[in-house]
Design a protein around this ligand. Structure first.
Ligand code: FES
Ligand SMILES: [Fe+2]
Length: 379
């Protein structure tokens, strides 16, 4: 563990993630989730954007997810406006048809088809825990990580939301234990005891990223994990479901906004599972008609709403978004004054800076692996 406090502007740039940028190249060496499986139904397509790059996410007619380039190779219309046929996608404009690898297999208006010479990008995908993962980099993808802690019997709850800040702000927030006692003091976390005190905070680099350890005065220990490059494995509390293992990802959409994809596992079965499903339905119904979270966040930031008066089912999310809202959107954090309680963030920055420098210099990067028995505890 180091005590140096690299800023985001030393000589590395974590914030920009487009193709060709250092952080963008680093991200593209990992499997990353790109969407919820259910974001589109079987036989439909949708445009998505991640890492400053546009893609077409579609599901074959039997439901298998695929990810290909955004533009048709012919005259560059948007592939998601076309038709899904089997596991292929046909362009809306002049009917060129591509398979899931991006290879063009049909050109209806060409007497002498030159389809064999044409391809758009196609990416390997995997479905896991209700998310669609893709490998966006070059060469062979690395090992695909599984999380047995999330594969136990129960109800998977998959969520996604976008925040108007650089992904790095969200990633640091996920690695920040102190904020829980303040930001979430007026939330369901309070009843669960998660906000009761500021624990002693440690961070240790591991084979997968960072072991985040919090020790409370009653001797209880909270163990959480940062998984390179951008995931966290923690436990979260929800009324009805109790403490749940929770896997979350902060993913750049562009340099000024990021997508969170999260999966929680309510470890309940039978009648209890029914209850949890009913609670989620009631929660969704309670959200209907409410102004979007971003509207509330903006009103709080403008001083028109007082956050601590608010009660909404998504209050935890809004609380985090408010904390991040005033932070520099592109991650310029040269004025940050980090203390000992920021050790998890310091280790995060240090690892990223080291790997970025190695990537830039063409030196070997650390190979990250996740042990199958990784578990988080609530403390
Ligand atoms: S632009 Fe796609 S077939 Fe012409
Ligand atoms: Fe939070």
């Amino acid at each position: 563990m180091t005590t140096s406090t690299p800023t985001l502007r030393d000589d590395v740039d974590f914030a920009h993630t487009g193709p060709g940028t250092l952080a963008g190249r680093y991200f593209r060496r990992f499997w990353i989730p790109v969407a919820r499986l259910d974001d589109v139904p079987p036989g439909r397509a949708k445009p998505i954007q991640l890492l400053n790059e546009k893609f077409t996410y579609y599901r074959g007619e039997t439901g298998t997810p695929h990810l290909v380039g955004y533009y048709c190779a012919h005259r560059s219309t948007q592939m998601s406006t076309g038709w899904v046929e089997g596991d292929c996608i046909r362009c809306f404009y002049h009917g060129w048809k591509y398979d899931e690898t991006g290879a063009c297999i049909e050109q209806p208006a060409e007497a002498d088809s030159f389809a064999a010479k044409i391809a758009i990008e196609g990416y390997p995908t995997r479905t896991y825990l209700g998310l669609v993962y893709a490998y966006l980099g070059e060469g062979e993808p690395p090992e695909f990580w599984r999380f047995p802690m999330m594969e136990q019997p129960g109800e998977l709850v998959v969520k996604s939301w976008v925040r108007n800040s650089n992904y790095w702000n969200g990633l640091e927030n996920a690695n920040d234990q102190v904020h829980v006692a303040f930001v979430h003091s007026n939330s369901e976390f309070r009843a669960a005891g998660a906000t009761r005190e500021i624990p002693r905070i440690e961070a240790h680099e591991t084979e997968y990223g960072i072991l985040r350890k919090c020790t409370f005065s009653d001797g209880k220990i909270r163990l959480q994990h940062s998984l390179m490059p951008t995931a966290s494995l923690v436990t979260v509390y929800e009324d009805g479901a109790g403490w749940m293992p929770h896997l979350s990802y902060r993913l750049p959409v562009d340099d000024e906004s990021h997508l969170s994809l999260t999966v929680s596992l309510a470890q309940v079965e039978g009648a209890k599972a029914e209850e949890v499903r009913a609670k989620h339905k009631a929660r969704a119904a309670a959200m209907e008609g409410l102004p979007p979270a971003q509207e509330i966040v903006d009103a709080v930031v403008r001083g028109e709403l007082y956050l601590h008066d608010l009660q909404r089912p998504d209050i935890v999310n809004i609380q985090d978004a408010v904390a991040l809202a005033a932070q520099p959107p592109i991650g310029e954090r040269v004025n940050d004054r980090l203390g000992k309680s920021d050790v998890q963030i310091i280790v995060l920055r240090t690892i990223w800076a080291r790997e970025m420098r190695a990537l830039e210099a063409g030196e070997p990067l650390k190979t990250w692996t996740v042990p199958p028995d990784l578990v988080a505890t609530n403390g």
